[in-house]
Write a protein that binds this ligand. Structure first.
Ligand code: 5GP
Ligand code: ZN
Length: 115
């Protein structure tokens, strides 16, 4: 399957993984929109949150808990951060493999509130 995030998760494309466990990996966004911009993705190819059913409840929780721990590790937890899932076309999702954006490293401006 021609999915860029599957290739990253499978290490077919060399990307520095900041975190890896049995279900997810995390790495820096290629075009950061804030000083700390990390993507947390499932290893399994799932197109969007809308494609998850109840059996993925644990995976959904893992994505969020890894983001929370990454924020602590990267020193942005105290100040705060934003977690963002874009879902399908109207949600502005461009890569059709679930990814949770961890956005931080500075006070979110007015503009960031609509991202
Ligand atoms: P979306 O708009 O789908 O929520 O976000 C996709 C994100 O993936 C964008 O922020 C984009 O910069 C990032 N991205 C797309 N392709 C790559 C890639 O090959 N490597 C990395 N590290 N990030 C990517
Ligand atoms: Zn994929």
């Amino acid at each position: 399957m021609d999915c860029i995030f599957c290739k990253i998760a499978n290490k077919e494309i060399p990307v520095e993984l900041l975190y890896e466990d049995d279900l997810v990996v995390a790495f820096k966004d290629a075009k950061p929109i804030v000083p700390t911009h990390i993507l947390i993705i499932p290893k399994e190819h799932l197109e969007s949150i809308a494609d998850m059913d109840d059996k993925y409840e644990m995976l959904a929780g893992r994505l969020i808990m890894v983001a929370k721990k990454m924020a602590e590790k990267l020193g942005i937890a105290k100040g705060g951060y934003k977690l963002l899932f874009r879902v399908r076309r109207d949600g502005g999702q461009e890569v059709a493999h679930i990814h949770l954006h961890l956005l931080g490293g500075g006070k979110m401006s007015e503009n960031i509130h609509i991202i």
